[in-house]
Design a protein around this ligand. Structure first.
Ligand code: HEM
Length: 216
């Protein structure tokens, strides 16, 4: 296992595969995280009970450290792979900028990635450290998302996540060599649907808190 890891890290294809696997792991986390937070639509007791169950998991610290390692690995690998691509092709081809496969999402991956990193730092500070641990989850989330500037910050951060995933979800399958002409369409549409579901699922929360719970 250790040898497989080091041989992957040493090769450029291996690093792309690890970047894809860590990216898919982060998508898995986002789906679970979104699902949990959507309990807010079922009311105060439901979201508090979800948070209570989450916080009582005996292996939660292990999950949190693994999640941190997953995001850190994805970020480090993406920096290494970007530098490696730039060194391999120092002069950008003029035609590349308008290549058919290129779109807003694929050409802004590095910028959306930086925006997500800033959002996650802002978000973790808010959700984990800005309130006492005894504050009810519902009160915490609704009071944080009840501020217009913060609501806008959340929507922009989530849009950056959506933009990143719109290309990233498909690209991960490509890096892992899991795209066959026969299933290409399914992977492509599946990736887009996944990106849009995560984006609109998360955006519905600040919109609901702002317009419905707090009356706009
Ligand atoms: C409106 C949307 C969101 C809401 C309401 C929300 C809510 C929360 C809450 C309440 C926590 C603290 C959980 C706890 O008490 O332990 C949390 C943690 C976290 N959130 Fe979000 N979140 C949202 C969107 C996102 C997005 C888009 C991302 C990723 C880009 C994200 C990444 C994280 C991470 C990495 C943590 C730390 C996990 C941990 O260590 O416990 N969240 N979020």
């Amino acid at each position: 296992m250790k040898e497989l890891f080091f041989s992957l890290i040493r090769s450029s294809i291996g690093r792309k595969c690890l970047m894809a696997v860590t990216g898919l792991g982060a998508i898995g986390f986002l789906i679970v995280h979104m699902g949990g937070n959507l309990f807010i639509f079922r009311g105060q007791d439901q979201i508090n009970s979800y948070a209570h169950h989450l916080h009582s998991l005996p292996f939660l610290p292990v999950l949190e450290v693994s999640l941190f390692a997953l995001f850190a690995a994805h970020i480090i690998l993406s920096i290494v792979v970007t530098l490696q691509n730039q060194n391999a092709r120092p002069i950008r081809y003029a035609v590349n900028a308008s290549a058919g496969a290129s779109n807003l999402s694929s050409s802004t991956m590095i910028y959306s990635g930086i925006a997500i990193l800033a959002f996650i730092a802002f978000h973790i500070w808010h959700m984990k450290f800005s309130h006492s641990a005894h504050v009810d989850e519902y009160i915490k989330v609704t009071s944080i998302l009840g501020h217009p500037i913060i609501t806008i910050g959340y929507i922009l951060g989530i849009l950056a996540v959506g933009l990143h995933l719109f290309h990233g979800a498909n690209s991960a399958f490509q890096s892992l060599g899991l795209r066959y002409p026969k299933f290409d369409y399914i992977v492509e549409v599946g990736g887009r649907v996944c990106a849009l579901t995560i984006t609109f699922g998360f955006i519905s929360i600040p919109v609901y808190v702002w317009f419905v719970l707090r009356g706009g």
